[in-house]
Ligand binder design. Sequence first.
Ligand code: HEM
Length: 348
Amino acid sequence: MHVSGTGRSTRTTVFAPRLQALLRDHRGQDAFRLDSDTVGVAGPALTDAILAARPAGELERPTFKPLHGRSIPRAEASTVMRAIGRDVRAALAKPTAKDVDLSGEWPHVGHVYLRDLILGADPYRLRILMDRALELTPKLTWTIIAGGAALPRGLRPGAPVSSIAGLTAEASTYRDRRYAMGLYRRAAAPVCFTVSTLVANALWLGAPFADDTPNPSILYESMRLLPPSWNILRHASPEYPALDARITAADDVLILALLSQRDPAIWDDPDEFRPERWDRLDPDDQAGYLPFGHVSERCWGRHMVMPLAEMLLDLLRGDGLTVDPSQYTAEVPLAGLLGVAGVRVTRA
Ligand code: HEM
């Protein structure tokens, strides 16, 4: 268990047992064995050396790992990212509807809001791929993709869909449609999932925020305490034993930002939510802080994530929304995307 900081001190973040054990047993350690073929790393210097040693392989890439056994060439990945980037910019440029109500259970409310804002014009068979329930079961996702791809129709010419949906229209065979829908899910879903999770985490850790606290500081501090991308995996590679004798040639390496970002040797009051620490720190150049990955290849989506999350925070703060004062605990399940579940957001 972890009790969060001032003003919000009545709120307790309950980590899943495996995460609790990691924090309890390994916080402050540099490198440690997690199982017979995995070494955990949380020391900033070793983290930096490992991530700098070689680029991520295609099986290590969360977004553009091979799809149905097909590698995704870099040029294609860039096309997909440019398309979703256009859609996000278009969404950010829209005037805010007057009747927006972001109260309710987060991150669900934020997810649905973003899905409708960015992808609302897309046909049902694509939008359904954004359903949060699908995250729980990859099998179900693929059943739905296979079902949707079997429909032998593209998009109507000139239909007002997102740029990313437009890419699926070029697919003519079942196989290609299935692949294109998989890519849609891979690139569009994280926008809704990760941003709503990040903002739910921020609300839980810090709301209500002081009026003069800038949104970026709130988000950087939230990603420090609850990093949505809490671990980075690198498969066994000959470069790693050369860097540290505790890593053998057969060991995978799990870089644990969750630990380095709460290391008492690096951070004052490591468990406290203190957005003002970012008045002085540079989030792109801070030892042990890597919410968007390593400088050698930072997250390609971060230029969408930050403005979307800031936009949501502006709406929430402008509307006087905060965490229901009668909610004292929230759980952080063990999942690839780390975040609090079921945050009840109400008017202050
Ligand atoms: C809170 C939101 C997000 C966080 C914290 C995050 C974090 C990260 C991290 C840590 C990496 C480095 C992974 C590694 O080195 O193995 C990464 C890479 C990447 N991210 Fe993100 N990400 C976020 C959202 C997104 C979104 C919305 C997209 C796409 C629309 C995206 C696309 C990518 C891509 C393409 C890469 C490069 C590796 C790959 O192909 O998967 N990210 N991200």
